[in-house]
Design a protein around this ligand. Structure first.
Ligand SMILES: Nc1nc2c(c(=O)[nH]1)N[C@H]1C(S)=C(S)[C@@H](COP(=O)(O)O)O[C@H]1N2
Ligand SMILES: [Mo]
Length: 340
């Protein structure tokens, strides 16, 4: 697996233009000045679209970009003053093995991925099975913008302005039975659209569909997010459109993309990376600078920010990725070296 990024012309960022991050902040300021936005008010997506186009000098977006404008109330709780990873890097530097194992593969190979129509089912040990269609996914829940740290197990990190809602909102809607103890997640299986599922070479030898899981109390923690967008737009295919999980206190591989099924169970569900290499990737996968990966240190990380990927700064990795106050209590009786 290489860390190199191959830029294609379609995605090339003109370095003389404003950065994606500054454009994004500028848009928000303009909307505030016009009295259209304030920190406590959600915006109708079509109301902003025209204004955004007017002021946008963002050349980082691809020429064929099916993402829709999607803005949400900035969360009061989860909106720290972190420097954001530029949008173009979030869109070009991806892990989504269904579309290849190189960081630049998903942006290219997922370009025509169909996410509408889409259905996601919530089933298993619930009193109310739920089936959501594409429009429901965007409309049934109150969307918030939350800035989260993302820490990949490969020791790089980003800060991402996600849009989404707490996974707990969806689980509560399904009304879990008291026997439910875990939540299992499954990505779409569609080898015709996902070349990595049609070829073990392209897909990194994974047995698809990609599956993940959380303990029910982890899933109910308000930090666990179902994301439907980032940087004020719906998700791009390479980021897991139309909906993906984001669990910011765990290594990135827990944040499963393009979900079609969420199942409440009474047993710890199998997870893709644990199946592939159990000694390297546990079920819990909590970010922990004191527990190294067998093949590398987890004490620090390369933060992907502005500028050249290779000049990016190294920073210390934080316990639970900086979310110890919010989630530390979930693990107080556990040996985190054994349950990694
Ligand atoms: N279905 C699926 N989900 C996935 C992956 C994957 O290969 N397949 N990769 C994971 C890993 S290792 C990381 S770090 C994050 C990356 O999310 P991003 O590309 O949106 O930054 O997605 C996670 N979710
Ligand atoms: Mo990752």
């Amino acid at each position: 697996m290489s860390m190199l990024i191959k830029k294609t012309n379609r995605w090339t960022l003109n370095e003389n233009e404003a950065t994606p991050e500054s454009v994004y902040k500028q848009r928000r300021d303009i909307l505030k000045k016009l009295g259209i936005a304030d920190d406590g008010m959600p915006l109708a997506s079509n109301a902003q679209a025209g204004i955004f186009d007017l002021f946008s000098n963002d050349k980082s977006a691809p020429s064929i970009d099916l993402r829709q404008s999607l803005t949400a109330t900035p969360s009061a709780k989860y909106h720290p003053d972190l420097s954001l990873t530029p949008e173009d890097k979030i869109l070009q530097y991806n892990n989504f093995y269904e579309f290849g194992t190189e960081k630049s593969d998903p942006a290219r190979l997922a370009a025509n991925f169909k996410t509408d129509p889409w259905t996601v089912k919530t089933d298993g040990l619930v009193n109310k099975k739920i089936t959501l269609g594409y429009d429901d996914i965007l409309k049934k829940f109150t969307l918030e913008e939350r800035i989260y740290r993302l820490r990949c197990v490969e020791a790089w990190s980003m800060n991402v302005p996600w849009i989404g809602f707490s996974l707990a909102d969806l689980i509560k809607m399904a009304d879990p039975k008291s026997s439910a103890k875990y939540v299992a997640f499954e990505t779409l299986f569609d080898p015709e659209q996902m070349p990595g599922q049609a070829s073990r070479r392209i897909g990194g030898g994974i047995d698809y569909p990609y599956v993940e899981g959380l303990r029910l109390d982890e899933a109910m923690n308000p930090l666990a997010l179902i994301s439907v967008g980032l940087y004020g737009k719906t998700l791009a295919p390479q980021n897991g459109a139309p909906l993906r999980l984001v669990v910011p206190w765990k290594y990135g591989f827990k944040s499963i993309k393009s979900i079609v099924r969420i199942t409440l169970t009474d047993k710890e569900p199998p997870t893709t990376w644990n199946r592939l290499a159990a000694s390297e990737y546990g079920f819990y996968a909590n970010v922990n600078p004191q527990v190294d990966h067998p093949r590398w240190s987890q004490a620090s990380e390369r933060f992907i920010g502005e500028g050249n990927l290779f000049s990016s700064r190294r920073q210390p990795t934080l316990m639970f990725n900086g979310y110890e106050k919010e989630v530390g209590h979930l693990y107080k009786d556990m040996d985190l070296r054994k349950q990694y």
